[in-house]
Design a protein around this ligand. Sequence first.
Ligand code: SAH
Length: 352
Amino acid sequence: MTPLAHLLLRQIAVQGPLSVAEYMTTCLLHPEHGYYTTRDPLGVAGDFITAPEISQVFGELIGLCLAQAWVDRESPAPFVLAELGPGRGTLMADALRATKAVPGFHAALHLHLVEVSPVLRAAQGQALAAHAPVWHNSITDLPDLPLFMVANEFFDALPIRQFLRDGAQWRERVVGQQNGALTFGLTDPVAPPALAPRLSDTLEGDMVETGAPAVALAQHIGERIAAQGGAALFIDYGSAQSLGDTLQAVRAHEKVPPLHSPGMCDLTAHVAFAPLQQASPCASALSEQGTFLNALGSGPRHGALARGKTEAQIETLWQSHRRLTHPTEMGQLFKVLALYCDNGPAPVGTVA
Ligand code: SAH
């Protein structure tokens, strides 16, 4: 049993069952035993691989997309270039390299990173030393300037609550204990007003998930962009509306049961994008990752990188392009949500 499982069992004995959101928050962010607070989870030797770790082209194209959005909005200076949950800093390093030649972009930008993990902050510091990043624990600390922002696989780590439909009401899925082990249970029926609209598009026994922290974050960023100008790209797996149980735990590239080893595995849920769009007062567009990357030239860019390479290297590049864009790989499941100030067009490659 993990140290965090002991702590959680003690907490449940005293306070009663936890919501799935409380369970996720403790597992991911507990100061001593939390998954993100204690390790670098990325890469082949870690638990999962993300798009920027698959190919440099991912960060390059996102950098160019944000730089074009900045040019389209009359190149405000100074401005904040920000990333939420930058992992190893790979995406941002690729984005900054690719945008070196955009006149005035580097001179005008202030780099701000929102990251809770000390381990990953150190990695980001190495990757981005030349750009003197400023770190924050929370987005609310960002300076009030035009904001150009990216977050890849960040919203999926934000806590969700789960509700199972029971007639015209819902039972919340909670984490309790039985015979000394963590176990899922259900509350008595409740009727949260936020779920009333879902009675029309769900059936008895369906599960829906709500992500209040993600919605509040999108609202905050949308308000900043509406007031100060800018654009944000949020890339994650998910769909417009939540339907079904998407809570998932991953360890060493394998799915494991979500209650199995708290603190030792990544815990995520699919992102429901429509509520994020509804909460944002600025303009928004939702596209599939494959469509977005293909529109920005993922194929030709991987092709250019293949010039003069060995056959094995060319195969790796081709596989990377396929993995990022093909509908049966990441191309369709992953979506790109663009929030943008409408004093310029939607960010290139996103569908308005
Ligand atoms: N964007 C990176 C890493 C994705 S993993 C990539 O694509 O490779 C999720 C990232 O979000 C990690 O950097 C993690 O430490 C950070 N993170 C998770 N929850 C967070 C929170 N509540 N506040 C700030 N950062 C968080």
